[in-house]
Structure formats: structure tokens, C-alpha cells
Design a protein around this ligand. Structure first.
Ligand code: TXA
Ligand code: MG
Length: 347
């Protein structure tokens, strides 16, 4: 069924209240609204409305066992959603909220099962983007929102990406330009004795460790193996993936770049190939290969998903990319690259 999708263009710093109120009203009516956050765009529904939340799974083609993050704008709302709010959660909230941090807590019974995929825990985040905050506030509701991409595709970092995936399928898209961070929030599980990092993101493990002594980085956060944990069901699916075959070359930077270039040259004889060089200042040119380079980690994070979509639009067959170190934002970048990759080779 095709529906009319209302596209509301707003100023990211001074969003028109009338437009945000209109979107909030759609949420109250049980409709889906895509909205910008500082990480990526989200596909939102009233978290207390089970049938609205089910529409998210339908629109995305999302596996039903993958739970959704609930977005709030005030600390008080934390108590409406979580059964217990541990001291650690308040410490983290004080330091990192609003911002790109999601906490897993024990859920209250009133949360519809669809949101948490039947788990007894709930993921909660307070976004810092003005538009996301105002939308949560005006709707007076916690908003359940996964990234606004079709399941498996790269996350959307601007409204164009959302339009590509959802025009005609959802009620409204709020367009406030590019997302600043470009990778999803950091997910930390606070339900076991030791706080555990499940998904690296906008807040780094190093930053978290300063507040949370003894933070454990779960193996799924590195995404080295294609395994999953019951704790974070989303981790078992190939994700963020372009249509093209994506080959990730691991190893020390110089060697990885050298090998990536060699592979690109080899495949370019028969296929349309893109070479993505990360974290190297040295400019590279290869005949018959689309070469893209990103240097700083913050800029890799910001542009990675858009670049994967851009290369898909160019009908590239193979994308080859070099690994970078896992310090700071590097951990989140490597997590996304590994999960987006169809193959990994070592240099
Ligand atoms: O930055 C973000 O987090 C974006 C924006 C829109 O806020 N949202 C986002 O949502 O990335 P999504 O659905 O694409 O990723 C949510 C991740 C998944 O890996 C999911 O499995 C995990 O959070 N998750 C959600 N609820 C959970 C829970 N109760 N326990 C463990 N993991 C959970
Ligand atoms: Mg997602």
C-alpha cells in the first residue's frame, strides 16, 4: 500500500514548532515519523502503542527478535520505562546525556513486548539533536526508534537516505540535513554486575571507562566473529551492508592499504570497483578504480554510510576498504565495517 509521505523541512538549530507539533500529532495517532538525531535518522513510533511499534518492523522488514531503542527527553521518563534505575545509569546520564549513549536497563511491565522483542530489558537513550528532543517533548511520549533504513542497509545520515527507503511507506519524514556523528549510539548493558559495552558508537569505550571503572567490552562490540549474544539480538545479522560485495582488508594500516590497492587493481579488470582508503594522508590514484579517501576518524564516522549508499547508486560491484586501529571512534568504525563486509582478508 502506498501512502502519502509528508516531508517536513526544518532548520536543525531552530526547528519551526508548528512542524514539530504536526509530526508529534502523527505519532500520537499511531503513525510512523522519521526524524533526525545526532547519530543517524530514526524511524519513530509511540513506544506505548504496540500496533504502532509493529508497523516499524513491517516497514523496515526487521526481524521480530531485534529490540528497539526508546528515546526520551527528560530523566523523569527513565522511571516510567525502567524498573530500577541503578546509580551507574544516573552517573552515565549525568555525564553523557543528552547524547549518543544508549543504556540497557530492566524494563517495566507496561512496555509493549514488541519494543523489547520479548526481553525483560529495555534500551533507552536521550538524544541531543534539537529536533529529536523537541519531538519527544511535544509528543509527550517516549519514542521507539531504530535507525530509519530498510533492515540490513546502511543507516541513514540524511533525509534523502530515508526517502530512498521509506517514501510512500510512512506518514512523515522530518528533514533537518546531515546527522553530525554518522554512526549509531553506543549501547551499554547495565543489567549485569559489570557494565558491558555491546555496541560501540558515538561515545567511545575510553570515555565510558573514565566514568565506569571495570567496563567490559563484549566480543560482539568488536564484531570479529559472526556470532551473537542473546543480550543483543541485533548483532547476529549482517548489517549496514551495501548491495556491493564489500571486502575488508585487515592488518596494519600500510600493509592493508597496499593489499587493498592490489585487490582493487585485480578486480577492476572485470568489475566496477571502488577503493576506500581510510586514515591515510597519502593520495592514491588507480586507473579504472573509483578511489575515495577519508582521513580523520570523526569524518570517517560521519561519511561512511553515505558513501556506501553513494557507491551502490553508482552500481559498483565491489568495494574494497582498509582496516584502521580500534582506538577511540576506531572501534565503532571497525565494528560497522566488519558487520557490513561480505568478506574479510588479512594483509
Ligand atoms: O543512534 C542510535 O542508536 C539510533 C538512533 C535512531 O537513535 N538507533 C539505532 O537503533 O541505531 P537500531 O535499532 O538500529 O539499533 C538498536 C540496537 C540493536 O543492535 C539492538 O539489538 C540493540 O540496540 N538493543 C535494543 N534493545 C536492546 C535490549 N533490550 N537489549 C540489548 N540490546 C538491545
Ligand atoms: Mg540499525
Amino acid at each position: 500500500m502506498v501512502m502519502k509521505t509528508l516531508i517536513l523541512k526544518v532548520n536543525p538549530n531552530r526547528p519551526a514548532l508548528s512542524k514539530i507539533r504536526l509530526a508529534a500529532k502523527l505519532l500520537e495517532e499511531g503513525k510512523l515519523v522519521a526524524f533526525p538525531t545526532e547519530t543517524v535518522y530514526g524511524l519513530g513510533a509511540n513506544a506505548f502503542d504496540e500496533s504502532a511499534v509493529k508497523k516499524i518492523f513491517e516497514a523496515k522488514g526487521r526481524p521480530l527478535d531485534n529490540p528497539i531503542i526508546v528515546h526520551i527527553y527528560s530523566i523523569e521518563q527513565l522511571y516510567e520505562l525502567a524498573k530500577k534505575v541503578p546509580k551507574k545509569a544516573l552517573m552515565l546520564a549525568k555525564r553523557f546525556w543528552p547524547g549518543p549513549l544508549t543504556m540497557i536497563l530492566q524494563k517495566k511491565a507496561c512496555i509493549p513486548n514488541a519494543v523489547t522483542a520479548g526481553l525483560d530489558t529495555i534500551a533507552i537513550r536521550m538524544p541531543s539533536h534539537k529536533v529529536a528532543r523537541l519531538l519527544c517533548k511535544e509528543a509527550k511520549l517516549p519514542i521507539a526508534a531504530p535507525s530509519a533504513n530498510l533492515s540490513g542497509r546502511p543507516s541513514p545520515t540524511n533525509a534523502k537516505h530515508v526517502i530512498e527507503d521509506f517514501k510512500g511507506k510512512i506518514a512523515c519524514i522530518i528533514d533537518a540535513g546531515n546527522a553530525n556523528i554518522g554512526l549509531e549510539s553506543t549501547v551499554v548493558d547495565l543489567t549485569s554486575k559489570r557494565a558491558t559495552l555491546l555496541r560501540p558508537g558515538g561515545i567511545t569505550a575510553e570515555q565510558l571507562s573514565k566514568v565506569l571503572a571495570g567496563l567490559r567490552v563484549h566480543a560482539v562490540a568488536r564484531a570479529k566473529k559472526k556470532t551473537s549474544v542473546a543480550k543483543s539480538p541485533g548483532t547476529k545479522y549482517r548489517h549496514y551492508a551495501p548491495k556491493a560485495r564489500l571486502i575488508l582488508v585487515e592488518g596494519t594500516k600500510e600493509k592493508a592499504i597496499e593489499k587493498a590497492a592490489k585487490l582493487a587493481k585485480h578486480f577492476a579488470e572485470k568489475k566496477k570497483v571502488a577503493l576506500l582508503i581510510l586514515a591515510s594522508k597519502k593520495r592514491l590514484q588507480l586507473k579504472g578504480v573509483i578511489v575515495k579517501q577519508l582521513y580523520q576518524k570523526s569524518s570517517i564516522a560521519k561519511h561512511l554510510f553515505a558513501l556506501l549508499r553513494e557507491l551502490d547508486a553508482k552500481n559498483v560491484d565491489i568495494i574494497i576498504v582498509n582496516a584502521i586501529d580500534e582506538k577511540d571512534l576506531g572501534l565503532a568504525i571497525m565494528n560497522r565495517l566488519r558487520r557490513a563486509s561480505s568478506e574479510r582478508v588479512s594483509a
